[in-house]
Design a protein. Sequence first.
Length: 156
Amino acid sequence: MNKKKIIKIAGIIILIGFLIGGGVVYYLFNMPHRNITAAKTDIVISADMVVNEFLTNPTSANDKYLDEEGESKILEITGTVFSIGEDFNGDIEILLKSADAKAGVSCAFTTETNAKAKNIKIGDSITVKGVIQSGASFDEDLEMYENVIVDKCDIK
């Protein structure tokens, strides 16, 4: 085989590789997101219980709240509204926590679900549906407890 033919075949193989790789990246980038509000709830629990599970045994809590692929199960968490705020995008964030608890559950709402959370007041008992992004823990450097973070929340 001559040199030109080898270069031509190698170029075609590289081009096909780029096309396949680009197709895979495009497919993964445009996959539909999981619709948390329409999906079935996997676990119903109180805010204090989920916080205590993460503080006492984080490994067991991760096994309980994450599926085989490491994605969070969909939770319904009931608790008392301790504080209400907004994130940098203007989306509502609600902290579910009892007055004597070390940490709580920080619930981040989305642009689509903000309207349902606008009428909530501090002291209300609510149920929130969402997915866990991180568990509660004690940060020794800051000497403070970190809250469970629940994302893509909606009022149930």
